[in-house]
Design a protein around this ligand. Structure first.
Ligand code: PGA
Length: 253
């Protein structure tokens, strides 16, 4: 059965106390909602192992927020995919607009990371999305097409097998202004059709939406036929709020 795919992207948030209290609450209820949801928690790198210890018996998965393109060597401050694999990570977020913006990550670098993540049989969660100016100029599809093309160019026709795509309009991230669910539906349809056009053998494309999802608006996203999951920042930091979102998708997906 297809499950709704929910990722908690904690970004640069959390601490040891927060993790303890988050999972104290989370463990009480999460199991009730796993039949219809796949849940991934992506904490800051330094807490990956701590979070893994909490979730490994729960059928909840560990995600990393970033990875380096090198496996080992003199790359101060970086984390390799071998290390992520060793400590139990299954997913890696790549191409998040915050990394593109603050760490100058280019489409080429993102493509390289995806290549490496797939080689090690972890699953990349590729973020794509447009700026407000792109949106206002009617360039959303063009921007996304370019972002996808870069991956296709590097990885070839089968590039999108075993990848999760997260459509995250940059202007909606952390702003409290989420995208219109019907517009998101159209973009997701576009992404899926574009991928299928390049790879007719592909089945089961998962496209998540991310950008100011909260308890109030979550239902309007879940009911769209091509929104297969959510990438959640702020609203994933509080276990009670996050579980309400997870419960909503359990109830209606
Ligand atoms: P937000 O972040 O839910 O806080 O808008 C989403 C994301 O950037 O993944």
């Amino acid at each position: 059965m297809k499950k709704f795919f929910i990722v908690a992207n904690w970004k640069l948030n959390g601490n040891i106390n927060m993790i303890s209290s988050f999972f104290e609450y989370f463990q009480l209820y999460a199991l009730n909602y796993l039949e219809k949801n796949t849940i991934v928690i992506a904490p800051p790198t330094v807490y990956l192992e701590r979070v893994y210890k909490k979730i490994k018996k729960m059928n909840i998965f560990l995600g990393a927020q970033n990875v380096d393109i090198h496996l080992t060597g003199p790359f101060t401050g970086e984390t390799s995919i071998l290390m992520l694999e060793e400590i139990g990570a299954k997913y890696v977020i790549v191409g998040h607009s915050e990394r593109r913006l603050w760490h100058n990550e280019t489409d080429d670098l993102v493509a390289e990371k995806i290549c490496l993540i797939k080689k090690l049989n972890l699953t990349p969660i590729l973020c794509v999305g447009e700026t407000k100016i792109d949106k206002d100029n009617g360039n959303t599809k063009k921007i996304i097409k370019n972002q996808l093309d870069c991956i296709l160019k590097k990885l070839g026709k089968l590039a999108f097998q075993n990848i999760i795509i997260a459509y995250e309009p940059i202007w909606a991230i952390g702003t409290g202004i989420s995208a219109n669910p019907k517009d998101v539906q159209l973009i997701h349809e576009f992404i899926k059709n574009y991928i299928k056009k390049n790879d007719s053998s592909i089945k089961n494309i998962i496209v998540q939406y991310g950008g100011s999802v909260n308890i109030k608006n979550v239902k309007s996203f879940i009911i769209q036929p091509d929104i297969d999951g959510l990438l959640i920042g702020n609203a994933s930091l509080n276990a009670e709020i996050f579980l309400k979102i997870v419960k909503t998708s359990h109830d209606i997906f």
